[in-house]
Design a protein around this ligand. Structure first.
Ligand SMILES: C[S@@+](CC[C@H](N)C(=O)[O-])C[C@H]1O[C@@H](n2cnc3c(N)ncnc32)[C@H](O)[C@@H]1O
Length: 197
């Protein structure tokens, strides 16, 4: 959803605040990524301009940035080309398109934009390789946020039970960062959830 919003903001998406936040998110995600990923495929679902995944692309065999916004992917592709990142590509997705199979899927600041999170988590479970891993970063539930096209964050318990229903195992969910004006101009806390197929 919200494809137009991201199409409109793509060329200005990589501002200083978002770069700083994506550095914090990438550092946290890196703690959950195995040491040797040289044979692994990373799918950055809702990866946008590649802020989170492109700086660590060299660790992986392949990185695929999948997104519903063509304009966000154009920015990602121009970074891939100008940075000579030969193992990264972009993929325009919608509800009907089969996602590529992956060893690790990261989904950073995307779930809040997706109305049916059960459906996307099920789809990700299906394309994960055996013992593959999903790493989710998003906002804790925040009652002060109220937007018709966004979830106002997630409760850990609620997300854990959805992941369990989709048959993910070894689920952990932890907070790692809080700041002022982080989520729709409200103070907010980020969590990282990880689970295995
Ligand atoms: C807030 S941005 C986050 C971008 C990136 N993951 C990051 O952390 O920098 C949300 C991204 O999710 C994408 N998106 C929204 N709904 C989506 C969906 N249903 N499937 C895939 N991508 C989606 C948007 O186009 C946008 O690029």
């Amino acid at each position: 959803m919200n494809e137009n919003v991201f199409n409109n903001m793509a060329n200005n998406y990589d501002n200083d605040d978002r770069k700083q936040l994506s550095d914090i998110i990438r550092l946290e995600i890196s703690k959950y990524i195995p040491g040797d990923c040289s044979n692994s495929i990373l799918l950055d679902y809702g990866g946008g301009t590649g802020l989170v995944s492109l700086p660590i692309a060299e660790k992986f065999k392949n990185v695929i940035i999948a997104d519903t916004s063509k304009s966000m992917l154009e920015v990602a592709l121009s970074k891939i080309n100008s940075g000579n990142i030969f193992n990264a590509s972009v993929s325009l997705v919608d509800d009907t398109i089969l996602l590529p199979s992956a060893d690790i899927v990261i989904i950073s600041l995307v779930l809040i934009h997706i109305p049916n999170i059960e459906a996307i988590l099920k789809k990700i479970y299906e394309i994960l390789k055996p013992n593959g891993k999903i790493i989710i970063v998003d906002f804790d539930k925040n009652e002060k946020v109220n937007h018709p096209k966004l979830h106002n964050g997630f409760q850990h318990k609620e997300l854990k039970s959805i992941l369990e229903k989709e048959e993910f195992k070894n689920i952990t969910i932890e907070n790692f960062y809080s700041a002022n004006n982080l989520f729709m101009k409200e103070d907010a806390t980020l969590f990282i959830a990880q689970a295995e197929k």
